[in-house]
Design a protein around this ligand. Structure first.
Ligand code: DC
Length: 225
């Protein structure tokens, strides 16, 4: 078996997909592409242009019309890439709680998904890529050479988010974080188009039971020829 070229990593929020995807891409010398940031950028655009999140047609038009540029990191401030929209660097703005609170609604719109899936597929089909999201193995790259579904309990994921918030000096309440994780899971898994689910041929890794290093090692082993 050759080394997989198109690698899909899916799973719920805060399951460790980004950490795994980034490390795996680095180890293989592949492009790391986080598709969640595209949904976040469209959410940022809607808020920035004062378009109501519930205005589906207008939000969809933004996803179709405004290019989202993802480029190599221009600064060493912990970012893994730059996200540029309308000439503005929004890399950190798209990580704000206001975006977290609205992105699931935006990503449930079929037109938004169609516009972004098209762009993601174009990037993914070039190969030598680790693409991370919710529907990569099921919809964006159903022919991916390797599909990983990284799972973890809501409690464990909330604990990680809560610790991250505190490390960044942000106020955080564990019960509130847990309620938000559960709510996002509900929206992501029950939406009509491309709901979060493991592809039938995905390898399921449970990060409740494995450390980040063990998850990486298992994924690395799956990439051996
Ligand atoms: O991975 P993330 O938290 O940055 O994702 C942000 C949101 O985008 C999340 O609510 C799920 C959604 N998303 C999606 O629907 N499909 C993807 N391929 C990636 C993210």
């Amino acid at each position: 078996m050759p080394v997989p070229s198109m690698i899909a990593i899916d799973g719920p929020a805060a399951s460790g997909k980004s950490t795994l995807g980034f490390r795996l891409a680095e180890a293989l010398g592949y492009l790391y592409f986080d598709t969640g940031l595209m949904y976040r950028a469209v959410t940022w655009l809607a808020i920035h242009h004062q378009v109501s999140i519930s205005a589906e047609a207008e939000v969809t038009r933004l996803a179709e019309d405004v290019p989202i540029e993802v480029t190599a990191p221009s600064q060493a401030d912990g970012r893994v890439c730059d996200v540029i929209v309308e000439g503005r660097d929004i890399t950190w703005e798209i990580r704000q709680p206001q975006i977290d609170a609205n992105v699931s609604a935006v990503s449930a719109y079929p037109g938004v998904r169609q516009a972004l899936t098209r762009q993601q597929r174009r990037i993914g089909l070039r190969g030598r890529v680790v693409m991370v999201g919710r529907d990569i193995g099921t919809v964006v790259l159903p022919d991916a050479d390797l599909k990983i579904y990284l799972d973890a309990s809501a409690e464990e994921r909330a604990r990680r988010r809560h610790d991250e918030n505190l490390q960044r000096g942000m106020p955080s309440d564990y019960q509130e974080v847990l309620a938000k994780v559960i709510d996002r899971d509900r929206i992501d898994t029950t939406r009509a188009v491309a709901p979060l689910s493991a592809a039938a041929d995905a390898v399921i890794l449970d990060s409740d039971r494995l450390t980040a290093d063990e998850v990486f090692q298992k994924a690395r082993d799956l990439c051996q020829p």
